[in-house]
Ligand binder design. Structure first.
Ligand code: MSP
Length: 647
């Protein structure tokens, strides 16, 4: 069986987890779940980095011993992950006895090889980075990440001969273009290695200055430098050097980090491995920063988003989807509540949610919730199967290559394609015409496509995708993307589905920063002359200001039902991004069945004064064209966010 081994950075225990840590760990979790669904055996490693200056200092400030302090914060990380649907194989702590012992073994081996020497060094030490920064790395004398002036430290220490492996590392990176990905980070490391001689790495701290660390096995007056200790977790966790099984995991190791710790992972770590005689990892996957108003989200800058609060407010599945969909892997992304609500409402509430809601509701309405034997096929069914196969192939390939945003975009081709298929097949018309066999096929196709999308979404939103699969009569625990489940097929006859889905209720959009400018005061609107519909004549001209007084909005029809005692009227609910959908009474009943309207984007005159029609309130007007061909609704040519203004 193929194996897959994924790691996150082990996080410092000087601060509570925030959305940045959660992002990397959710990505690792999604990859672990993805590979498991592809039939592979998976090891997913995360944990905490607990030694070093930074932790010792934070513990002192908190009036605790470093271990007490580390226990408390490490506990926050390990308790948070299950709340976010994250299930690591091991949560390693650098204070774990097996890790400490293996770090000493590694140090001794590198020392015995002659790759460690004693010497004196002075340099600019950034506590935030826990490393010496080179002159070139400083920006205006400051650490570019932490915006503080590093401390100049000169002392006698042990050094790792990192420079010895510079050529070998460069050759490896050049021979394996995917070793560090995406490409911009590989290029950054190549130019660093080509730009001059690599310095050796100071790997000890004298106990006179710091005792909170792993003692050097060959000199008890020193503790190990925190990065030399921390990086080794990737090996020690899987049983290096004693466990004979470690090599089969190590052979498929992939690391996941943000760009802040590119150098330790792309330079320190591989040169350490070369010295130890251990093969290099398979991939280093590097992502950008989550920004808040153009600044990296970080505790020291005081602009963090608390992951649990966000998951509780917005739902875990929505949060995981947003994080994976919104950040182009490798680039920075901005976090705003508005972007979150916009993405959630457009992709989940509208596209996926509506697809699930309406296809389940129609199956219940037309077939009592159990799919009948299929009937006639149609060219549209073959086209749908082709679309599904392409979308899923692209999704699987891109997801496996850590291109999550593009992968989800590819999968949405299927989700949107299914909505279009339903619109084009018009099940409501088939029902009206009594074409029950064809109606059964259409519903089975739509639901089969939805089941395929839900299976692909299991790694991204484990909770919601599992619920959706159960609503479709499938067992989420039995799904595998290695076998027939990844192939599009109509849902089989006899499958019983849920009556409704309701997984992604719309989020209320947060208040926009600036209110739209008020329309200039207008002259009295000219009254359009009433003319018979058959021969419309141009209406009297109006000033632009008159036109601008109309507040036209795009909305989504969320419900439509006949108005009792009025044959032509429907009571329609239109979501225009307000707290509650707008009630609108519309003369559509002679032209559409309610299911045909639900999920459709329409244009609403939103500032029409409310009035009561046949006892029902109507607040707005849906724009439509009545022509010889029947009634056509106006709508945007591609989906836009409900509430967007028509201008
Ligand atoms: N302890 C070291 C890593 C040792 S690994 C052998 C460390 N810890 S950290 O707590 O500072 O975590 C850094 C990592 O947290 C980043 O590489 C990234 O995975 C995640 N992130 C922290 N802030 C982030 C953002 N604002 N945006 C994206 N990821 C963020 O470095």
């Amino acid at each position: 069986m193929n194996r897959f081994f994924i790691t996150t950075p082990i996080y410092y225990v000087n601060a509570k987890p925030h959305l940045g840590h959660a992002y990397t760990t959710i990505v690792a979790d999604a990859l672990a779940r993805f590979h498991a669904l592809m039939g592979e055996e998976v090891y997913f490693l995360t944990g905490t980095d607990e030694h070093g200056d930074k932790i010792a200092e934070a513990a002192q400030k908190a009036g605790q011993t470093p271990k007490e302090y580390a226990d408390a914060i490490s506990g926050l990380f390990s308790a948070l992950w299950p709340e976010l649907g994250i299930t690591p194989t091991r949560f390693i702590r650098t204070t774990d006895p097996d890790h400490r012992k293996a770090v000493q073994t590694a140090l001794q081996r590198v020392y015995d090889k002659g790759d460690i020497y004693f010497g004196e060094y002075g340099g600019h030490y950034c506590k935030g980075c826990e490393r010496f920064l080179t002159e070139k790395e400083l920006v205006d004398g400051l650490c570019p990440d932490h915006k503080v002036k590093p401390e100049y430290i000169a002392e006698k220490n042990y050094f790792f001969r990192m420079s010895k492996y510079q050529g070998q590392l460069l050759a490896h990176i050049k021979a394996n273009p995917d070793f560090i990905r995406p490409r911009q980070y590989r290029n950054e490391v190549v130019s660093l290695l080509e730009s001059g001689a690599l310095e050796d790495l100071c790997i000890s701290r004298p106990k006179s200055r710091l005792t909170w660390g792993i003692e050097l096995p060959f000199d008890t007056n020193f503790v190990t430098y925190v990065w030399f200790d921390a990086l080794l977790n990737y090996l020690t966790a899987i049983g290096w050097p004693d466990d004979p099984d470690y090599a089969s995991w190590w052979g498929v190791a992939e690391h996941l980090v943000a760009k802040d710790i590119l150098k330790p992972h792309a330079v320190f770590w591989p040169t350490m491995l070369l010295s130890l005689g251990v093969p290099l990892y398979r991939h280093l996957n590097v992502h950008g920063y989550w920004l808040v108003r153009d600044t990296k989200m970080s505790k020291s800058l005081g602009n963090v988003v608390e992951p649990l609060a966000m998951a509780q407010k917005a739902g875990l599945s929505g949060m995981r989807y947003f994080l994976l969909r919104e950040m182009v892997f490798g680039a920075d992304a901005s976090f705003t509540e508005e972007a979150f609500a916009g993405r959630f409402n457009a992709d989940l509430a509208n596209d996926l949610g509506n697809l699930a809601n309406r296809s389940l509701a129609m199956t219940t309405k037309y077939f009592g919730g159990t799919l009948p034997e299929g009937g006639e096929d149609d060219a549209a069914d073959a086209a749908l199967a082709t679309l599904a196969a392409e979308a899923v192939d692209n999704f699987l390939q891109l997801f496996g290559a850590a291109q999550f945003s593009r992968a989800l975009e590819a999968l949405w081709e299927l989700v949107r394609g299914l909505n279009k298929y339903i619109d084009a097949m018009a099940p409501w018309t088939l029902a009206k015409e009594g074409r029950t066999a064809r109606l059964g096929t259409v519903m089975a196709q739509a639901l089969g496509g939805l089941r395929l999308a839900a299976a692909c979404l299991l790694p991204v939103m484990p909770e919601a995708a599992a619920t959706l699969l159960r609503q479709l009569g499938a067992d989420p625990d039995a799904v595998s993307l290695a076998g027939p489940d990844r192939v599009f097929a109509p849902l089989p006859a006899g499958t019983a589905v849920a009556a409704t889905s309701n997984l992604f209720p719309r989020l209320e959009a947060p208040a926009k920063e600036a209110a739209p400018a008020a329309a200039p005061k207008a002259k009295k609107a000219a009254k359009a002359e009433k003319k018979p519909a058959a021969k419309p004549e141009p209406a009297a001209e109006v000033d632009f200001e008159d036109f601008a007084r109309l507040d036209l909005r795009v909305g989504v029809v969320v419900a439509a039902a006949p108005v009792p005692g009025a044959d032509r009227l429907y009571a329609v609910s239109v979501d225009i991004g307000e707290a509650a959908p707008r009630p609108v009474v519309a003369g559509l009943a002679e032209h559409f069945v309610p299911d045909e309207l639900v999920g459709r984007q329409v244009v609403l005159v939103a500032n029409l004064k409310p009035r009561t029609l046949r006892g029902a309130t109507s607040h707005g007007m849906i724009l439509a064209v009545k022509s010889a061909a029947g009634m056509a609704l106006l709508g945007p040519s591609k989906p836009v966010a409900p509430g967007d203004r028509v201008s």
